[in-house]
Design a protein. Structure first.
Length: 108
């Protein structure tokens, strides 16, 4: 059984995931800005106050969850980039060792 990993494919995957993290971050910022611009349209009567309290808690929880998801994407992107660098370094080292092992001795 053999496994082949192309460091460029791994790097591209990391870049794609990093781009997704950026898009989530942008969307979250736009959503936050839109919600903040709306203020508290439910009013300050008893029903509006109760609704606003529940709404605020749910929005806070949603932003926390989405931010955590974005952080996980960002972490995965970084790990894939580091893995791609390691794969490339190992590939270059292995190729160099094979060249030295198969090349004729110097001085002959």
């Amino acid at each position: 059984m053999s496994i082949e990993l192309d460091h460029t494919v791994v790097a591209v995957a990391g870049t794609g995931i990093g781009s997704s993290a950026d898009k989530v971050d942008d969307a979250l910022s736009r959503l936050r800005g839109t919600l903040e611009a709306l203020g508290a349209p439910w009013g300050d009567d008893e029903l509006g106050t109760r609704f606003g309290g529940e709404y605020s808690a749910i929005v806070t929880q949603a932003f926390t969850a989405i931010s955590s998801y974005r952080d996980q994407l960002d972490y995965a992107a970084g790990e894939l980039a580091a893995t791609a660098e390691t794969l490339q370094a190992h590939s270059e080292l292995n190729a160099d060792q094979l060249r030295r092992a198969w090349s004729p001795p110097t001085g002959q």
